[in-house]
Design a protein around this ligand. Structure first.
Ligand code: SF4
Ligand code: FES
Length: 373
């Protein structure tokens, strides 16, 4: 390993896969876990306490929809008592009266609210839930009234990319401190829906210009994070900051993973919190050590000057496109199969021209994967 093993700083806790929405780009795996597989309250609290002993400073409480957990206040309070920064990642639907205030009272530090569109019709169609836009606006107002800092998260794809200016106006009007314009990356459900979601290159360029101008205009008012789509890039991002480098995630049944899509790498076996301590998994799990640092790298990554900047990009994308998790991420211009990215974009655009967008979505829900097979 090229650098000493450091403690993790961040953890993403997927408390549940249950969700009232069915977004076709969800980062959850295609095989969703039912409620009876979820860890109970005490096990999550034990896990959090081991995580903080290990060094974790920030916990992102996510799902599915984490507010469907009736013990969420307790989980937040447990983290808060240990001085952890907590961020709730929510779709903002169906949160009972008084609960957002209760989250704030329990010590929640920040709320991140996703919008599927900037227009009600888009939000309702992408999430497949009528009336969801209005409910989200209400959640944003309640979060601000409870004194919580707010980030609006906008996952961008072909069906809402022209709404970017409206997303920006909406986030300002809701008093958000931050807006994430995050282009959908093609893993999980988004990979299954790639034909339906892939935008045109010209739209990506327009979007980048709009975000750049808005950032300048809104300096000191609202920060805008911009995550461009991998397929259109020439260098990859350091996925999760590098494999098992400073963060990890836990699925609803306590499986500990380096990233969202790690279970798509068939050669790796991932361990559950109940089987082993977090410290043991972080330090010794063969799956965590498989792509740590730079020693595992093949050429061109092995001798590349960017190898400790992007850590070779995304292992799961290398698996999905190159068929080898240890290959250079094909997004990289130095990858021998980089040209395949442009071909994939063209292929998806041709496929999308044949079918109507509505018919093309495979909405996220339990059982959809069996129908796909
Ligand atoms: Fe990153 Fe590897 Fe490409 Fe170099 S060759 S830029 S390390 S992905
Ligand atoms: Fe697994 Fe990028 S999603 S490394």
């Amino acid at each position: 390993m090229s650098e000493p093993l450091l403690p993790p700083i961040g953890m993403l806790a997927e408390l549940t896969h249950r969700c009232p929405l069915q977004c076709p780009y969800c980062s959850n795996p295609l095989e969703l876990l039912k409620a009876n597989r979820e860890l109970d309250t005490q096990t999550w609290l034990d896990l959090f306490s081991q995580a903080t002993d290990l060094g974790v400073l920030q916990v992102h409480l996510s799902g599915g929809e984490p507010t469907l957990r009736r013990d969420l206040e307790q989980l937040i309070a447990g983290l808060s008592a240990r001085g952890v920064y907590t961020n709730l990642i929510t779709a903002g639907i169906g949160i009972a009266e008084g609960r957002i205030e209760a989250f704030a009272d329990a010590g929640l530090d920040h709320l991140q609210l996703s919008f599927q569109g900037a227009r009600p019709a888009t939000t309702d169609r992408i999430g497949n839930h009528r009336g969801s836009h209005e409910k989200k606006l209400e959640t944003a107002r309640r979060a601000r009234a409870a004194g919580l800092p707010l980030t609006i998260n906008a996952p961008i794809h072909r069906h809402n990319i022209e709404e970017v200016p409206e997303f920006i106006d909406m986030a300002v009007s809701l008093g958000a401190e931050r807006l994430e314009i995050a282009n959908v990356q093609y893993a999980g459900w988004a990979l299954a829906n790639r034909n339906a979601l892939m935008p045109e290159r010209a739209a990506i360029d327009r979007q980048a210009d709009i975000v750049a101008a808005a950032r300048e205009r809104l300096t000191g008012i609202m920060n805008i994070d911009f995550v461009p789509p991998d397929y259109f890039a020439i260098y990859p991002k350091p996925c999760m900051g590098g494999w098992a480098r400073d963060a990890f995630m836990v699925t609803p049944d306590g499986t500990v993973l380096p990233c969202h899509a790690a279970q798509t790498i068939p050669s790796l076996r991932f361990e559950r919190f109940a089987e082993r301590s977090l410290a043991d998994i972080w330090t010794d799990s063969p799956a965590f050590n498989a792509f740590r640092g730079t020693e595992w790298m093949q050429e061109p990554c092995r001798s590349c000057e960017r190898r400790e900047i992007d850590w070779g990009g995304c292992r799961c994308q290398a698996m999905a496109i190159a068929g080898d998790a240890a290959a250079t991420d094909p997004v990289c211009i130095k990858s021998p199969i980089h040209a395949r990215m442009a071909l994939l974009i063209d292929e998806t655009r041709r496929a999308a021209a044949d079918i109507s967008a509505d018919e093309a979505f495979i909405y996220r829900r339990i059982g959809a994967v069996t129908e796909l097979a």
